[in-house]
Design a binder for this molecule. Structure first.
Ligand code: SF4
Length: 248
């Protein structure tokens, strides 16, 4: 039984206060929170694309279209032209469609509820929670690859992530912060990209190693367990015929 959620949260928040990555979409709109429009755009760009690829593109995007209002006025070919290099063009189409809906139905304000966000094109459970948590400090825990990896390692879950998605949602809920949700979510993400790395986690310098069940059991290199697709061996049948001519 894992009982160290409070200590983990405390540790990560402290770690984040000195180690947070400087990313263009984290630029503060007020003293504590990032601009929700920046978070909104970045979450579309980051779907299936690395932080490094998105960084420069994001800044150019904001220079061109600094608000929902500006973005909502452009045409699809314009955003598709800009999107070159990022791939997955459906994200650009959805981002524009959503900006137009927000312009028309939400007075250019990024919606602040899960039920409103989840209806919008290109926004699923993860993106809705990321926008709410990071942009509005709402008490949620989106599950991205970094957060999932940290959770399965802390709990030494020796099954492929794809098979324990529901369990992970329940575990993630235990790490939700009432007051510092935005920072805590981002601290998990940054910790996964700097310390609890996919291949060689830096356990020796990890401030959570005393709570980490994988580290205790020396399983940190085996968790997350890889999902092996069952390959069904094709059976090949061949036939041979012998024709006998009895009349000869
Ligand atoms: S001890 Fe290692 S595996 Fe566990 S949380 Fe820290 S870096 Fe990750």
């Amino acid at each position: 039984m894992f009982k160290h959620e409070t200590q983990v949260k405390k540790f990560l928040l402290k770690w984040y206060s000195v180690n947070a990555r400087i990313l263009p979409w984290r630029k503060k709109a007020n003293k504590t929170l990032a601009n929700p429009y920046f978070v909104f755009v970045s979450e579309y760009m980051l779907q299936q694309t690395t932080v490094n690829t998105v960084k420069n593109k994001f800044s150019d995007f904001i220079l061109k279209w600094p608000s929902v209002n500006k973005l909502a006025r452009i045409t699809e070919p314009e955003i598709l032209k800009f999107w070159s290099g990022l791939g997955y063009y459906s994200r650009a189409r959805n981002l524009l469609k959503t900006a137009k809906i927000i312009n028309k139905s939400f007075k250019n304000k990024i919606p602040r509820t899960y039920d409103e966000l989840i209806q919008l094109p290109g926004i699923g459970d993860y993106t809705a929670k990321a926008i709410l948590g990071i942009g509005f400090n709402k008490s949620v825990m989106p599950l991205d690859a970094n957060i999932e990896r940290i959770l399965v390692r802390l709990h030494a879950i020796d099954q492929p992530i794809i098979k324990v998605k529901n369990e992970l949602k329940d575990l993630a809920n235990k790490f939700i912060s009432d007051k510092y949700s935005s920072n805590l979510i981002q601290s998990f993400m940054d910790y996964g990209s700097a310390i609890c790395l996919p291949r060689n986690p830096r356990c020796a310098i990890c401030g959570m190693n005393k709570f980490c069940q994988s580290y205790k059991k020396n399983l940190q290199l085996n968790i997350p367990v890889k999902f092996k697709k069952k390959t069904i061996k094709q059976i090949k049948y061949t036939r041979a015929y012998v024709i006998v001519n009895e009349k000869k």
